[in-house]
Design a protein around this ligand. Structure first.
Ligand code: ADP
Length: 438
């Protein structure tokens, strides 16, 4: 329905008059009764009574029109009458994506948006902020912002209702062009995800430095020995040089893995677009690792289809994935003497997938370690990993490469019976129809 401006204006006027009349109805009733009585008992003439009633009614109506119009706003438990200016402020802050509170100069809550209740559920209009938000740092910053009349930023940690880092931005605001600092606007921002990333980065740098420092310390120790006490000892020199070579190779492997990880992370959101045959890749990896398998007395049993299985991928990265998984099976599961390497096609609700599994019959992994194995530098047994030339980055690399390829890794293990690492990759759409037989 279309309502013209004029009609809408009339409707508004009528509503306003009825509101005013409602507000002064008591005054009108009492004064009407008084002047009627005065006229009736003859104290006033009917004209005097009528004029008197008219003057009192007009005064009451003028007074009512001067009052700010109020509106009842229900807010959960409270029902507060708000000034129109507060309604405007509330309308503005309710559009903010973050929690926001508007306060009086003396930290009394004037209004807030619904999101603010998430960080301070006990917030209530007309109450001091400290009833709902007790962090001393925030309250102190609020006092300072009110005193100085300048913007302030404060970061704080809270445990209730959940562990999180919050940043509060406090800005004095001018209302109706009055002196700056009349009200204080607080806007909160959840810094927890950023803090977590910072913590992870710090942990990563600490771990990487530690991993590099260990072989470096060993190298410089052997150099000192060779320059000092073992200077004229050819047998010791041979032995030490072999260890030094080992340590230098370990450092090189670590730097190599770190660089690969950072390169893959840089292009995490770029999905490879080249169609490559996964069967060829897996076969190449198996062939390349046959020598190592023979050295360790392990037989690699291969179960592969006699056809191509095309996926969109980066050849080198996928080779790295299967090398890591088969090498791990050889490093940690060699006692089982056998590795099953299989590739098959599976149809799922999301489309066809290539499924590659690497199964060993070694000691297996106890369940509490499984969810953490793809974390950087996480190892079940650090000493064993180092003894095997591990860097603790292999499975993290596998996970990141697979994410970039829209694939996934799953692992299953029963302690004492070995472990199975399974890779799933979507089969390239264009070849899915032509490869029905595979
Ligand atoms: P690493 O360089 O130490 O091998 P990875 O990230 O490749 O690092 O593997 C992390 C840890 O997972 C290894 O240190 C090892 O403890 C465990 N692990 C990986 N594969 C196997 C496996 N097939 N059997 C038993 N444990 C394994």
């Amino acid at each position: 329905m279309v309502v013209s401006e004029g009609r809408r204006g009339d409707a508004k006027d009528a509503a306003s008059w009825s509101r005013r009349l409602r507000r002064v109805r008591l005054v009108l009733t009492v004064s009407g009764a008084f002047f009627l009585l005065m006229g009736f008992i003859g104290e006033l003439s009917p004209l005097q009574a009528l004029v008197g009633f008219g003057v009192i009614s007009a005064a009451a109506l003028i007074e009512a029109s001067g009052e700010p119009s109020t509106e009842s706003v229900a807010r959960g438990r409270e029902d507060v009458r708000m000034h129109p200016r507060d309604l405007i402020i509330e309308a503005v802050i309710s559009g903010l994506p973050d929690p926001a509170i508007v306060l009086e100069h003396d930290s009394i809550v004037r209004t807030f948006n619904a999101k603010a209740l998430e960080i301070a559920p006990a917030l209530a209009r007309g109450q001091p902020l400290s009833f709902a938000l007790r962090n001393p740092g925030v309250l102190e910053a609020l006092r300072r912002a009110a005193d100085v009349g300048a913007e302030l930023r404060v970061e704080y940690f809270e445990r209730v209702p959940a562990d999180r880092w919050l940043e509060a931005l406090i800005a004095p605001i001018a209302v109706d062009g009055t002196a700056r600092g009349q009200l204080l606007l607080m806007v909160f921002h959840d810094m927890t995800p950023l803090r977590r990333v910072e913590e992870m980065r710090a942990d990563f740098v600490a771990n990487a430095s530690h991993e590099l420092r260990t072989p470096l310390a060993s190298l410089s120790g052997f150099i000192d020995t060779l320059l000092g006490p073992a200077r004229g000892d050819p047998q010791a020199r041979e032995r030490f040089l072999a260890i030094m070579k080992d340590q230098a190779e370990r450092m090189a492997r670590l730097i190599d893995d770190l660089l690969s990880l950072s390169r893959i992370e840089l292009k995490a959101h770029i999905h490879p677009e080249t169609a490559i045959d996964l069967v060829t890749i897996v076969r190449q990896v198996a062939d390349a690792l046959q020598l190592l398998a023979r050295d360790r007395g392990v037989a690699i049993e291969i179960d592969m289809p006699p056809c191509e299985m095309m996926v969109l991928g980066d050849r080198d990265e996928l080779i790295r994935v299967f090398e890591n998984l088969v090498e791990n099976a050889l490093k940690y599961g060699a006692s089982g003497k056998r590795i099953d390497l299989a590739i098959a096609r599976e149809t799922t609700a999301d489309g066809d997938e290539a499924v590659v599994s690497v199964k060993d019959y070694g000691p297996g992994i106890s369940p509490e370690h499984l969810p953490r194995l793809t974390e950087r530098f996480y190892r079940v047994d650090v000493a064993e990993s180092r003894a095997q030339g591990g860097t603790g980055l292999g499975l993290a690399l596998v996970k990141h490469v697979l994410q970039r390829h829209r694939g996934r890794l799953s692992l299953e293990s029963t302690l004492g019976s070995g472990a199975t690492f399974t890779v799933r990759l979507p089969i390239a759409r264009s070849t899915a129809a032509s490869e029905q037989t595979c």
